[in-house]
Write a protein that binds this ligand. Structure first.
Ligand code: 3Y8
Ligand code: NAP
Length: 251
């Protein structure tokens, strides 16, 4: 059976996998939720938009004759990952997650861990500070209960709705970011505190290195729990798995 992969994308690792698949002549499609205006171009055919829950994904897997699913979504894309486990189980399609290890505080880091977004909001219930809130757009409204702070926000697309803060500055930029760039950004804004998801990987870690250099505290949001599934931490491990998961690589 020739491999025909579905890659659930949206991360640096997904992009690297698609590049390797194109080089190796492995057929597949990369999928995005459609969260941002212009997802980065990929060397594989891409589809954009939700599948319509578990049922929609099962129907897609069957209609497209998908032989393997690689869940290379972000560690905080918990709903997509849970749906992938359920749908692949129901459709009898093999699944592997391509994910990255959480960041771990090193010497010189001043991190306080919170379990979720609500925990970060609670931790911001303190006198006014200049806060770099680098958690994207989707959950900003949850941070509204702390209007006392001056927020530095980084968004992939220019905001369309009013922002839920009386005093905030928006930077429109997409990663991967650099330590030098984030250092300059934090210095220019007098940042005193950084709020970050524990995304892992290299695309968003620059702000942590910059915070360390500046001796700034970080509120680190731990990852949501995910259902048990097979996991790989690098692209070659995924290709190895595909090669031995009952199919030739279509080459
Ligand atoms: C739409 C698709 C690649 C992928 C690159 C990675 C790295 C750069 C760093 C900060 C943190 C944040 C955010 C971030 C990073 C990579 C990766 C990563 C964090 C794109 C992309 C899509 C998204 C969705 C977007 C979320 C937002 C989160 C911004 C593409 C650019 C904050 C996560 O406006 C919105 O609705 C944005 C939504 C989900 C989290 C949120 O809650 O707002 N990512 N990011 C994907 C889709 O439609 O399916 O254009 O490539 C991808 C990338 N963003 O190929 O090189 O691998 O993590 N993405 C976080 O980590 O906290 C920015 O600013 O320091
Ligand atoms: P989520 O909350 O786990 O998923 C919500 C719904 O969005 C899913 O049930 C699914 O809709 C749809 N969806 C999510 N990812 C999809 C994909 N790759 N292809 C098709 N549909 C998808 O997801 P999220 O946290 O919003 O993340 C959305 C995308 O942004 C993902 O590609 C993720 O990798 C990327 N991303 C997220 C973060 C983050 O911080 N969350 C960071 C970087 C990149 P249906 O139920 O209709 O199928």
């Amino acid at each position: 059976m020739t491999a025909n992969l579905l890659v659930l994308g949206g991360t640096t690792e997904a992009t690297a996998l698609c590049r390797r698949m194109a080089e190796a002549g492995i057929a597949g499609t990369i999928s995005f939720a459609g969260r941002v205006a212009r997802p980065v171009r990929q060397p594989l055919p891409q589809r954009i938009g939700g599948f319509g829950g578990v049922g929609g994904l099962v129907a897609y897997l069957r209609a497209e004759g998908i032989t393997h699913v690689v869940d290379a979504t972000h560690p905080f894309a918990a709903q997509m990952s849970a749906n992938a486990v359920a749908a692949c189980g129901e459709a009898g399609v093999q699944l592997i997650a391509l994910t990255r290890a959480p960041w771990v505080a090193g010497s010189g880091d001043d991190w306080s861990h919170v379990p979720d977004i609500a925990g970060a909001v609670a931790a911001l219930d303190r006198p006014a500070m200049r806060v770099m809130l680098a958690v994207g757009r989707m959950h900003l409204v949850e941070f509204a209960p702390n209007p006392q702070h001056v927020y530095l926000l980084r968004l992939v697309d220019p905001p369309t709705d009013a922002l839920p803060f009386p005093d905030c500055h928006v930077v429109v930029d997409r990663g991967p970011f650099t330590e030098a760039g984030d250092l300059a950004l934090m210095r220019a804004h007098g940042t005193q505190l950084v709020v970050s998801k524990n995304s892992g990987g290299t695309g968003a870690s620059a702000k942590l290195a910059a915070a360390r250099s500046l001796g700034l505290p970080v509120i680190m949001i731990d990852r949501p729990a995910l259902p048990a599934r097979r996991e790989a931490h690098d692209v070659e491990e995924v290709l190895e798995w595909i090669a031995h998961a009952g199919t030739d690589l279509g080459v």
